[in-house]
Design a protein around this ligand. Structure first.
Ligand SMILES: [Zn+2]
Length: 135
């Protein structure tokens, strides 16, 4: 979608308030491109463009992606994330040199980390997809 503002060249009807946009006053124009077809132009009073945008945001509220956990849980979670990263790195090295004892120990540690992190905000989505890939 293209959006631009300009001085209205002719009389038009505002999509938001249905009132007349007088020639020579600011108007906001939106243009929807439809592949292989015609495009749709929509006109607004400059103020109405802002109002319709804010109205859209009101109807689609911001959803925070932050986890609802306490500061202590957050600290514990961070430690588990770090332990996981360390294990993952060591596991890669153990696999390269075929150190089966180390692989077993590291996989076991990672299982424990998964169980622990599940209690402090849940298992990260990337860990889940990683487990699915290895199966
Ligand atoms: Zn208007």
């Amino acid at each position: 979608m293209d959006v631009w503002i300009r001085w209205a060249r002719r009389k038009a009807i505002c999509k938001w308030c249905s009132e007349v946009i007088t020639a020579g006053t600011p108007e906001v124009i939106t243009k929807y491109w439809r592949p292989g077809k015609w495009s749709i132009l929509t006109r607004y009073h400059a103020e109405c463009w802002l109002k319709q945008g804010l109205d859209y945001l009101d109807k689609h509220p911001h959803i925070s992606k932050r986890l609802a956990i306490t500061d202590d849980q957050s600290k514990a979670r961070l430690l588990l994330l770090r332990r996981w990263a360390t294990c993952k790195c060591r596991l890669k090295k153990a696999i390269i040199v075929s150190n089966h004892k180390a692989i077993e120990r590291l996989v076991s540690s990672m299982h424990t980390i998964v169980e622990e992190i599940d209690k402090v905000g849940g298992v990260p989505a990337t860990w889940v997809t990683m487990a699915e890939k290895s199966e």
